[in-house]
Design a binder for this molecule. Structure first.
Ligand code: AMP
Length: 287
């Protein structure tokens, strides 16, 4: 497995593979890898075959964190990540440096951003108004560096998948996006690097995200169509019955357009963000 730390080396390697007609599958991550990330690696391998190359990027992208967020504390363990990637059959891990990616982020040296202006606005976009600008910018940059034929994203970040798919379509990136299902712990908690923060009783309280999705699924199955406002109010009560849980949002919406629905029925997408203590978690599923 190759470990690539510079932009020039990554572009050289990607161009060499491309010239040879080798397909490139790409999994962007922020590291601190778990089984969810590794399932994306498996999808990438399946997509490009044994003759193709699988690249994983490990980069905690500063532009998608607001100044108040957990950039400095975001969990990191590169040696462990490299071992997991090696075991998973990854061909190259790309770990660029901030200094190269954003030239220090002084506007004099770096001033170009990619902004999606519709699907980025609701849900995560309300609480984290600069988040998707950072995501689309770094993903566009990574696509230019890794030159993938196919890139895999997790359904866990549902709104992110919608924004990335739109960016790829709007800006004509010549690659295919594959969305892979959410991997969960046995009690339903969606795997996430941030779960590391859930110590003591907080870990158990965090299962309330998945329980509320299951509750909504059961209600929709039984009632066929329910008021979104009523369902939101009931689920808020249910979630906040956990002592350290604070609801940020719950939305019910059309999965393709992210347009909110006022009546929730089978096929609607549900997404929610809940802080468990200081840890903000998100989850989603189709009802
Ligand atoms: P992150 O390192 O959190 O930026 O995530 C990198 C990629 O892994 C994104 O496409 C995520 O959606 C995906 N991912 C994160 N958690 C999971 C999970 N539990 N199951 C599947 N994919 C995931």
């Amino acid at each position: 497995m190759q470990i690539v730390c510079s932009i020039a080396a990554m572009q050289r390697l990607a161009k060499k593979w491309r010239r040879a007609g080798t397909r490139i599958g790409f999994v962007p991550t922020m590291g601190y890898l778990h089984a969810g990330h590794l399932s994306l690696v498996k999808s990438a391998r399946k997509a490009v075959g044994n003759n193709g190359k699988v690249v994983v990027s490990i980069y905690v992208n500063p532009t998608q964190f607001a100044p108040t967020e957990d950039l400095a504390n975001y969990p990191r363990d590169l040696q462990r990540d490299l071992k997991l990637c090696r075991e998973a059959g990854v061909d190259a891990v790309f770990t660029p440096k901030d200094a190269e990616m954003y030239a220090g982020r002084a506007a004099a040296n770096y001033s170009t951003y990619v902004v999606e202006e519709n699907l980025s606005f609701p849900m995560e976009g309300i609480t984290r108004p600069t988040h998707f600008r950072g995501v689309t910018t770094v993903v566009a940059k990574l696509f230019n560096l890794v030159l993938p034929d196919v890139s895999i994203f997790g359904q866990k970040d549902f709104q992110q998948t919608a924004v990335i798919k739109r960016m790829v379509a709007d800006l004509n990136f010549p690659l295919k996006i594959i969305i892979a299902p959410t991997l969960r712990e046995t009690d339903g908690l969606a795997m996430s690097s941030r779960n590391k923060y859930l110590v003591g009783d907080l870990r158990h309280q965090a299962t309330v995200l998945w329980s509320s999705i299951q509750t909504a699924q059961a209600i929709v199955k039984k009632m066929k169509s329910v008021s979104a406002a009523k369902l939101k109010a009931d689920l808020k009560k249910f979630i906040e019955s956990e002592p350290d849980a604070r609801l940020d949002y719950i939305e019910f919406f059309e999965p393709d357009t992210l347009s909110p629905v006022s009546k929730v029925s089978s096929g609607a997408q549900m997404a929610l963000a809940v802080s468990i203590g200081k840890t903000r978690l998100i989850d989603n599923a189709q009802l």
